[in-house]
Design a protein around this ligand. Structure first.
Ligand SMILES: [Zn+2]
Length: 236
């Protein structure tokens, strides 16, 4: 039974290492995912800014063409002024010219707004492109790390699988079945734990003295009455 427990402990060690290798792979690939998300987000924001810039440029051109049209109308009206004899008509036309000039001045302000918006968007885009470059460098670096570590981890996992298979062949089917059952019931911690000085190292509760004595015989599998883990005696 001592051998069987030793095999169980090794088997458990193999499983702990396998899951830690897998957890490590998972965490580095998560890191890469996070970086890729940041990159996609930046890409999207740069695209959005480009659309805003295009929109502002369109608006700017439309204001520009409005001003040109008004200038043609102002010029025509000014030419007409010379031929008008009637004072009332003259004043009305002057008022019309003033109105067009005011409209153009307001439109010029709108054009300045457009230019400011384009300028701001271009500044934001430049900052984001700089950030994007950094993220892309990080992604390249992380991809290399993930690639290298995946290879190392893959090799180790294969070794562990081979060891697990070797151990599984040596173990009694009943012992393995019990081990797997206890394992499936444990939310955290190991399924096989040592008992040292009568203390279970799964739950850190003392086991009864009678049981502790029996445990030292190492003649059969025993369970901790408190946490239901498989226990074995560990000498000090
Ligand atoms: Zn226990």
């Amino acid at each position: 039974m001592k051998d069987q427990i030793a095999i169980l402990v090794s088997l458990q060690q193999i499983e702990i290492e396998s899951s830690s290798v897998n957890a490590h792979l998972c965490s580095i690939s998560k890191q890469l995912d996070l970086l890729e998300n940041s990159r996609n987000e930046l890409d999207q924001r740069i695209t959005d800014e480009a659309a805003k810039i295009e929109e502002s440029r369109k608006l700017y051109r439309s204001h520009e063409s409005d001003i040109k049209q008004n200038q043609v109308m102002i010029k025509r009206s000014q030419e007409r002024l010379n031929s008008i004899k009637n004072n009332r008509e003259y004043q009305a036309l002057l008022k019309e010219i003033e109105e067009l000039k005011r409209t153009n001045a307001a439109t010029e302000d709108l054009m300045i707004d457009c230019l400011n918006q384009i300028d701001d968007a271009e500044k934001r885009t430049a900052a984001m492109q700089e950030a994007l470059q950094l993220v892309q460098n990080d992604i390249l670096r992380e991809q290399q790390v993930v690639g290298a570590e995946t290879e190392i981890a893959g090799k180790r996992l294969k070794e562990l699988d081979r060891e697990r298979l070797k151990m599984s062949c040596k173990i009694d089917a009943d012992v393995l079945k019990l081990f797997q059952k206890v394992q499936s019931q444990q939310v955290r911690g190991n399924a096989v734990v040592p008992v040292q000085d009568a203390v279970c190292h799964g739950c850190y509760v003392n086991i009864p003295p009678q049981m502790y004595n029996e445990l030292q015989r190492c003649d059969k599998l025993r369970m901790c009455p408190n946490c239901q883990r498989i226990i074995y005696w560990k000498q000090n």
